[in-house]
Design a binder for this molecule. Structure first.
Ligand code: SF4
Ligand code: SF4
Length: 207
């Protein structure tokens, strides 16, 4: 587990630095194209991009650690599941803007909206659920079915005490309680491993 977390920290940090350098050197379309391509790859490897290569996830994790150390809290993300269709349309609009930005070098269309900034805005002021579950345009692509989902956590039924500590910290509501045991929905899980950290009973492992 420690080895995996170290790898994750390195890959997330690298992803954030790559984004920073590409934006600083005015190659935002390339940065967005890379993220779109990696998101589409989720058909083969599930949400590995979210867990290990997303610069926004890197920012969220670093900020979360900093806020925890400083005793600060972000605003609670509202539960917006009832507005799911509306939010999906909004994410689709953002995704379209993202596509147009990626295509900027090849078209005359120039969109000035700083769409990447949106992520930093949401992740700074609200708990991560709002961005990860409802707004992220790349997440919309990753709703496609996946051939495999490597490194996905799973709940070990015989160790689980059903205390639901993991459910509370999950930023995407990926953990649901069934009649007998808790389950993790691979299509929603972004491989953040908050659940693993929160479980005092060692009841979360990898599939
Ligand atoms: S935190 Fe651990 S013990 Fe509690 S419900 Fe989740 S998996 Fe089960
Ligand atoms: S808390 Fe666990 S189940 Fe929820 S997104 Fe993170 S890794 Fe997946």
């Amino acid at each position: 587990m420690r080895y995996r977390k170290t790898v994750q920290m390195i890959t997330l940090t690298a992803a954030f630095l790559v984004l920073f350098i590409l934006v600083r050197t005015k190659r935002e379309p390339l940065a967005i194209t890379l993220m779109l391509a990696l998101s589409l790859g989720s058909i083969f490897y599930g949400k590995l991009f979210c867990g290990y290569l997303c610069p926004f996830h890197a920012y969220d994790k670093a900020l979360g650690a900093l806020f925890k150390r400083l005793g600060l809290k972000r605003l609670d993300s509202p539960r917006l599941d009832r507005l799911a269709p509306l939010l999906m349309i909004m994410a689709f609009v953002i995704l379209s803007i993202v596509f147009l930005k990626a295509a900027a070098p090849y078209t005359k269309i120039r969109i000035k909206l700083p769409v990447l900034f949106l992520a930093f805005f949401f992740l700074t002021f609200f708990t991560p659920r709002l961005w990860h579950r409802y707004v992220c345009p790349f997440g919309l692509i990753m709703r496609l079915p996946a051939l495999s989902r490597p490194l996905k956590p799973k709940i070990i039924g015989e160790k689980c005490k059903r205390c639901k500590a993991c459910e509370k910290v999950c930023p995407t509501n990926a953990i649901t309680a069934g009649a007998e045991e808790l389950n993790i929905d691979g299509a929603s899980c972004i491989l953040c491993y908050n659940c693993e950290d929160s479980c005092k009973h060692g009841a979360i492992g990898l599939e």
